[in-house]
Structure formats: structure tokens, C-alpha cells
Design a protein around this ligand. Structure first.
Ligand code: NAD
Length: 239
């Protein structure tokens, strides 16, 4: 029997990620977008979805979860709205200050909260496998190779560093290598090298939609959770 779709608010709706979220949300039966918020709005309703400017937040209709891919200056107002409406908060906004990170932790005592550097479900599984391999392959060399398009400025990628943190939790001491070439969406290889054998764990993203799809799935699953701070790994068990 299908469940009632969750009511979703998209914050940062006119941006690259926001547009992908709205396009992909239209095909899903497990959620319904009830409000799309961006810094400014030109039209009140687009494709049947009401649009709101950031300064009109107080007037948005009831919602169960919000997905935020905006900029740091809009982050706190959205988080505060989720707390006041008892709604789940999913965010991929980067460049947050320490205070904003603290606000996330504080909100987690009242609502379910998830911030992720990478919303791919495949990367969430890779992360689990890396920690497991690091634990079982004691003493093996661990190298993380990440490859991205030429426009990506930071290196190693946030995802490579998150995978490295999991390898460290398993007892490995990872080293990093980065390649910037062509239009690669994102590839991460975690290699464990022993004597006479190697294990390679690889994830390849071939389409940016995986990040928006992962965020939509995270919002649906998070809306059913109790208050707390969650990672993508915590939501895999519901798959
Ligand atoms: P973008 O510049 O294309 O869009 C930004 C959106 O935020 C726009 O809709 C804009 O109107 C809105 N916005 C800006 N200031 C606002 C405010 N004060 N209040 C309300 N809305 C506001 O950016 P993008 O490429 O869509 O990325 C958005 C964010 O998501 C960035 O922080 C980016 O680094 C991050 N991002 C994260 C991931 C991930 O997987 N974690 C992936 C892609 C992008």
C-alpha cells in the first residue's frame, strides 16, 4: 500500500541544484513539492508550485521536510523555520560557518537534521565498505584517488576527505591523489594494497542528477525519523 506523500519545501529553488530537485520531484509519488523558495521570485506559481521569496518565509504552507541547496546567508532562516514548523531539514549548502554548524547541532535536539557533502546513495555505501575494509585489512596501504572536471577548485574533494575519515575510523592511514580533467562528474577510488594483492573500491558518478535524487530520498526517509543529527549512511537501512 503506498504511503501518503510527504510535503516538501525546496530552498534555493532557482539554482542549479534547486531546478534539478524540482524536475526530478515531479516524477515521484513519495513526495509533493508544496513551496519553492529562492532569494527573489519573478512568478508566483510555476508548474503548479507556489514560489516564495526568502523574505516571505513566514507565509509558506505546512510542510514535512525542507531541502536546502542555497547559500550560507539564507541558511539560518530556513533552519529556524524548520524548527518552528517541526519539519525535517536536509541541506547540502557548503561554506557554512562554525556558528551555522553549531546551529545545525542545536536544531538536531528538536528536529531530524541531515547535512551531507555528497548525497549519492552509492557513495554512502562506498563509505561503509571503506570503513569495513580498513578494519579487516590491517597494515595495508590505503590510497584515495579522486577525479573531477577541470572547473572544480578544491582538492582533495570533500567526498574524498569523508571517505578518508571513514578509512581512519577503520584504522587505515589514507593518502590522497587528485586529478582534474575534462568533464568528469566525479570518481572516487579507494585502494588497499597488501603484499601480492590489492582491493579497489570504486564509485563513478556519471550524471549530476544522482545528487538531487539522493537528497529527495533522504528527505522522504528523514521525515519519518525522530529528532537527531543524521548522515546519509544512517538512512541506508530503510532502503
Ligand atoms: P546556485 O547559485 O545555482 O543557486 C543558489 C540558490 O540559492 C538560488 O536559488 C538562490 O536564489 C538561492 N539563495 C541564495 N541566497 C539565498 C537566501 N539568502 N535565501 C534564500 N535563497 C537564497 O547554487 P547551486 O549550484 O544550486 O548550489 C547551491 C548550494 O549547494 C551551494 O552551497 C553548493 O556548494 C551546494 N552544493 C552541494 C552539493 C552536495 O552534494 N552537498 C552538490 C551541489 C551543490
Amino acid at each position: 500500500m503506498s504511503k501518503t506523500p510527504i510535503r516538501l519545501l525546496v530552498h534555493g529553488a532557482s539554482g542549479r541544484m534547486g531546478q534539478a530537485l524540482l524536475r526530478l520531484a515531479a516524477d515521484r509519488e513519495d513526495l509533493r513539492v508544496v513551496a519553492a523558495v529562492s532569494r527573489k521570485v519573478d512568478q508566483r506559481v510555476v508548474d503548479g508550485i507556489p514560489r516564495f521569496a526568502a523574505k516571505e518565509l513566514a507565509g509558506v504552507p505546512a510542510f514535512d521536510a525542507a531541502i536546502d541547496f542555497s547559500l550560507p546567508d539564507g541558511f539560518e532562516a530556513m533552519l529556524a523555520l524548520c524548527v518552528s514548523r517541526s519539519a525535517a531539514f536536509v541541506s547540502g549548502t557548503t561554506g557554512l560557518s562554525d556558528d551555522q554548524r553549531g546551529a545545525l547541532d542545536a536544531a538536531a535536539s528538536r528536529i531530524p537534521v541531515l547535512w551531507a557533502a555528497n548525497f549519492s546513495l552509492g557513495v554512502a555505501v562506498l563509505d561503509l565498505l571503506v570503513e569495513r575494509a580498513a578494519r579487516d585489512l590491517d597494515g595495508w596501504a590505503c590510497d584515495i584517488l579522486e577525479q573531477h572536471h577541470v572547473h572544480k577548485l578544491d582538492a582533495p574533494s570533500g567526498t574524498a576527505l569523508a571517505l578518508g575519515a571513514s578509512a581512519e575510523r577503520g584504522g587505515a592511514a589514507p593518502r590522497y591523489a587528485s586529478v582534474r580533467a575534462g568533464d568528469i562528474v566525479g570518481e572516487h577510488t579507494v585502494q588497499f594494497a597488501g603484499v601480492g594483492e590489492r582491493v579497489e573500491l570504486v564509485h563513478r558518478a556519471t550524471n549530476r542528477d544522482v545528487f538531487a535524487l539522493g537528497a529527495l530520498t533522504a528527505a522522504v526517509r528523514l521525515a519519518a525519523r525522530t529528532p537527531g543529527l543524521y548522515g546519509m549512511r544512517d538512512l541506508l537501512a530503510d532502503a
